[in-house]
Design a binder for this molecule. Structure first.
Ligand code: PLP
Length: 372
């Protein structure tokens, strides 16, 4: 057992760096007595929409709710099909099923871990209403191709940006890049504490340039009412707490620098792991924000590598051991998608956070080399 234990994620350095400001923000909310939809919520919505470059930002209770409300605002319901990736956290498919629609799974590209745009067309039926790409691990999905398919077939696009706050998508002939979530009709973000922009509790966000989608989302957030006690549709109780909004306002100005720190960590890993036998390193695309740094371990050795790292005191995670379409909840309803099925046996996410030090990365890599 080595002396220094390294967890898979350490949120403490970030808190330490902003402790005074965060505590002041919390105190300010406590003293205001405005815990629900206080002014910090509105201000956060303004600031985050400006940062992302989008007309409307609607803060909600979680990333999952952002997906559900986003789908409802797009008019997706019973009888509709929504195309998505099997390789994601279950909230992605769950949101589709929970609005009464049917998720249709399209296999992933093994290089990007994201939905393979070339396999989308063959899954489109007269019932298909939308595509829900996920920018997994912070790596933007192939939005140019996805938007082309959506336009051709008159489909809506709702981006699951839970892992990609601050990520930018660069298409071939575009040097500026556009934030993920602002390319499709709706973007859905999560502020779960471990996400790139994390609250100290649950939180989420819906973004859109469309006024009607924004109005409907705002209504759905508060029990389907525009005017209090004049409920027009069935909605939800899904507000972002004022406390979380105040905390997120302290954090938002730092996000680009934090994401740059994650890219730095990923670059070091990629350099050091580049020629380690049996390991495939992730691609370093423009605009990738490395919510996770995820390698592929070949030759059926993934679990053994993870056990070895655990013995050495090094944290790691498997995102995700079972593709969404193969989860017990769908009771064998879907055929296996071969790429996601294989990758579920190979992926291993290594420790990553903004402040992770080079010597710790070297320490982790040393064990991976030893194992190889
Ligand atoms: C975290 C996550 C969600 C759900 O976000 P919550 O805020 O936890 O509800 C949805 N999709 C993906 C891909 C996620 O990683």
């Amino acid at each position: 057992m080595s002396q220094n234990k390294i967890p898979v994620l350490d949120l403490n350095p970030q808190y330490e760096s902003l402790k005074t400001e965060i505590q002041a923000a919390i105190n300010r909310v406590l003293e205001s007595g405005q815990f629900i939809m206080g002014s910090d919520v509105k201000l956060f919505e303004q600031e985050v929409s400006e940062y992302l470059g989008v007309k409307h930002a609607i803060a909600v209770n979680s990333g999952t709710d952002a997906l559900v409300i986003g789908l409802r605002a797009l008019g997706i319901s019973v009888g509709d099909e929504v195309i998505t990736t099997p390789f994601s956290f279950f909230a992605t498919a769950e949101s589709i099923s929970n609005v009464g629609a049917t998720p249709v799974f399209v296999d992933i590209d093994p290089e990007t871990f994201n939905i393979d745009p070339e396999k989308i067309q063959e899954k489109i039926t007269p019932q298909t209403k939308a595509i829900m790409p996920v920018h997994l691990y912070g790596n933007p999905a192939a939005m140019l191709e996805i938007m082309e398919i959506a336009q051709k077939h008159n489909l809506k696009v709702i981006e699951d940006c839970a892992q990609s706050f601050g990520a930018k998508y660069y298409s071939q002939n575009n040097t500026n890049g556009k934030h993920t979530g602002t390319i499709g009709d709706v973007g859905a973000y999560s502020f779960f504490p471990s996400k790139n922009l994390g609250a100290y509790g649950d939180g989420g966000l819906i973004v859109t340039d469309n006024d009607q989608i924004a109005d409907l989302s705002r209504m759905l957030r508060v029990h389907g009412s525009k005017k209090k006690y004049h409920n027009e549709v069935l909605g939800y109780n899904s507000r972002l707490d004022t406390l979380q909004a105040a905390i997120l306002r302290v954090k938002l100005p730092h996000i680009d620098q934090w994401n740059e720190g994650r890219r730095r960590v990923a670059k070091i890993y990629n350099q050091l792991l580049g020629d380690v036998h049996g390991i495939v390193t992730p691609e370093m695309t423009n605009g990738h924000v490395f919510h996770q740094y995820t390698i592929r371990v070949l030759d059926g050795k993934r679990d053994a590598v993870q056990n070895y790292l655990t013995q050495q005191g090094i944290g790691s995670m498997i995102y995700y051991p079972v593709p969404q379409d193969q989860l017990p909840v769908y009771q064998g309803k879907y055929p296996v998608n071969s790429v996601s099925d294989l990758l579920a046996t190979q992926v291993l996410s290594l420790p990553i956070w903004t402040e992770l030090e080079e010597k710790d990365i070297e320490h982790i890599v040393q064990f991976l080399q030893q194992f190889a």
